[in-house]
Design a protein around this ligand. Structure first.
Ligand code: SAM
Length: 206
């Protein structure tokens, strides 16, 4: 039996046919297959509504930014924004990360963002968490030397489990980040509203 990899909603609101069609066209035009090994690449896993992806694309106009998330409203929101604002360096993959990493084995990344992944608070659901040892192994394999990974969460249990898993790797340097790692995303703002403590870390591959 196939292992279930996504537990969220693919759509939260109806997407118009026009937007869906322009998204399909966008995917054909900005095909991840066309990205070469020479390019500087930034990857965001679980883009949500895509605020950080759009911010990164403007801050890093010479780099290519890839967003991975099965959540269609976010994907369509980003493609719509790119079309209307002439943004050319964003590439989208509307499926789970696990599928992405198997499909594009040759890509290597300079920076990776994982911001507020679904926390799965209940003990019996924790195995659904995306950032586990297996995930970290995969990320380290596709991270360039000196490449960085940023991780933020407002779940203290998730944060501690990631920190513990990172101890199993010898080729990295882990640093706790006190400041915000990028802009305030939707889930950053939600955590702030609830007065939840936000923990972030960065690890670098050497
Ligand atoms: C809690 S939201 C955070 C969204 C955004 N990063 C933010 O900070 O606002 C988690 C996101 O991860 C996505 N996600 C869940 N499982 C995933 C997977 N296996 N691969 C890629 N994205 C995934 C969800 O669809 C959702 O958009």
């Amino acid at each position: 039996m196939k292992k279930k990899l996504y537990f969220g909603r693919v759509k939260s609101r109806k997407i118009s046919k026009i937007k869906e069609n322009s998204f399909k066209k966008y995917l054909k035009k900005k095909n991840i297959k066309d990205l070469t090994l020479k390019k500087k690449l930034i990857l965001e896993i679980g883009i949500g509504m895509g605020e950080n992806l759009i911010y990164l694309s403007k801050k890093n106009t010479r780099k290519k930014i890839i967003g991975v998330d099965p959540f269609m409203n976010g994907m369509v929101n980003v493609s719509d924004y790119c079309i209307n604002n002439n943004i050319k360096n964003i590439y989208l993959y509307p499926y789970v990360f696990q599928k992405f990493i198997n499909r594009f084995k040759k890509l290597r990344f300079n920076v990776v963002y994982i911001l507020f992944p679904d926390p799965w608070h209940k003990k019996r659901h924790r195995k659904r968490r995306i950032v586990n040892e297996e995930f970290l192994k995969k990320i380290l394999k596709v991270l360039k030397k000196k490449g960085k990974v940023f991780f933020s969460t407002d779940s203290i249990n998730y944060f501690e489990s990631v920190k513990n898993n990172l101890k199993k790797f010898s080729n990295i340097k882990v640093k706790k980040i006190k400041k915000i790692v990028t802009i305030k995303t939707k889930f950053y703002l939600k955590a702030e509203k609830k007065n939840n403590k936000i923990n972030s870390l960065m690890f670098t591959k050497h």
